[in-house]
Design a protein around this ligand. Sequence first.
Ligand SMILES: [Zn+2]
Length: 115
Amino acid sequence: MDGRYADVHFTIRRNGDLLDGTPTFLQGRHADDLDPCSIGVSLAGRHHEAPTPEQVDTLIELCVRLHGEFGIMPNDLRAHDEFWPAADCVGPMVRIARFRRLFAEHLPRPPEMAA
Ligand SMILES: [Zn+2]
């Protein structure tokens, strides 16, 4: 091993439990050339299964948290095969556009500008 942890930074179980993997201050190994500048999140499940409502809730909470920590924005969410077609991942039931929309809807609103 080259000292890097294997794989992703977070895994979300079907029941919505969030599992920590590679610490976010370390590079994971999940996105090839994008590894140095990305955080990997894996949704547990079979290829043709849709994410559970609990997984979606946890994912959006995690996105809002990472927005606070790293400034990620909805358009930063990428499916594995958007940049690594050989990955054949995410499955047909995963709609990244839906996750971006939900993330945008849950972004903290900036405080009203003082009149
Ligand atoms: Zn993948």
